[in-house]
Design a protein around this ligand. Structure first.
Ligand code: SF4
Length: 268
């Protein structure tokens, strides 16, 4: 009798039923979005406070606020404090978001576009792997909402949404440690498809001469990344916003359950 009851699609689950990886990742993605939303609300509040403080500095002290040189006279006011603050909020918010984009602790999400239409540079990877040891597959980068939705490419739960890497050699978990090939080639992320190693000093001392960068105990130096220019940071801050809007839509339009599930009959 009990077996017959559990044969119905009640949509319930036993209290000790295991959670799937899909369920876990959906929950983590939702928590990350809640964190980002809260953080963005704080940044907006901070922008208003900074804009207001700047305007009061002009009105009360008669000087331009930092980063202007000390003692720079402020022009006479032409509008109310409220109107002047409103006008300055957006540019102040952009500056604050740019600073925020520099922080390594931020949740990272790729925003470069759909992966299946991404063109790859003409590099004979299979031919070069014996020389370069696919060291590009030990670089760290963020996945996209498209990757997260597919659920094939693994990400680092401790550093969302960076590609998951192995402690043993620092490579991406999808890299074959013997032949150094990609074991998920048809699903590989957009960054893997568009990446061009030819000018990257972490990979090649000289690509044309086929002189690879040194390997240190099988690992490559992944921290040599040029400081992004201010313009890049502004673009990055804008694109982050777009990327997370996509993430909000994707989570909001997805379902927690793929199909009817058979579970125990509710006791009450
Ligand atoms: S997904 Fe494939 S191509 Fe991309 S880093 Fe991992 S092993 Fe390399």
């Amino acid at each position: 009798m009990a077996d017959q009851e559990t044969d119905h699609a009640y949509g319930t689950a036993a209290p000790d039923a295991p959670a799937t990886r899909t369920e876990l990742e959906r929950a983590i993605r939702n928590l990350n979005l809640a964190d980002l939303e809260l953080r963005d609300t704080l940044l907006k509040l901070a922008a208003r406070v900074v804009a207001l403080t700047d305007e009061l500095t002009r009105r009360i002290d008669g000087v331009e606020p930092l980063p202007a040189p000390p003692g720079t006279p402020a022009p006479p006011p032409t509008r109310t404090v409220e109107a002047a603050t409103d006008a300055a909020v957006q540019s102040t918010l952009t500056a604050i978001r740019v600073s925020d984009a520099r922080l390594a602790t931020r949740v990272s999400l790729d925003y470069g576009g759909p992966k299946y239409t991404t063109e790859s540079p003409a590099i004979p990877c299979a031919e070069l792997i014996p020389l370069c040891h696919a060291r590009c597959c030990a670089l760290s980068f963020a996945l996209s909402t498209e990757d997260l939705d597919e659920g094939v490419i693994c990400w680092d739960y401790g550093q969302p949404y960076l590609i998951r890497q192995r402690a043993s050699d620092g490579y991406c978990v999808h890299n074959d440690p013997d032949g150094r090939g990609c074991t998920v080639h048809s699903f590989r992320p957009r960054v893997c498809r568009s990446y061009d190693c030819r000018g990257d000093k972490r990979v090649w001392i000289d690509y044309d001469q086929r002189i690879p960068a040194p390997l240190v105990r099988g690992q490559i130096e992944t921290t040599v990344d040029p400081e992004p220019r201010e313009f890049d940071l502004v673009e990055r801050a804008r694109a982050r916003s777009t990327a997370f809007s996509r993430e909000v839509i994707s989570i909001g339009e997805s379902y927690a359950e793929p199909a009817p599930r058979k579970g125990p009959k509710p006791s009450r």
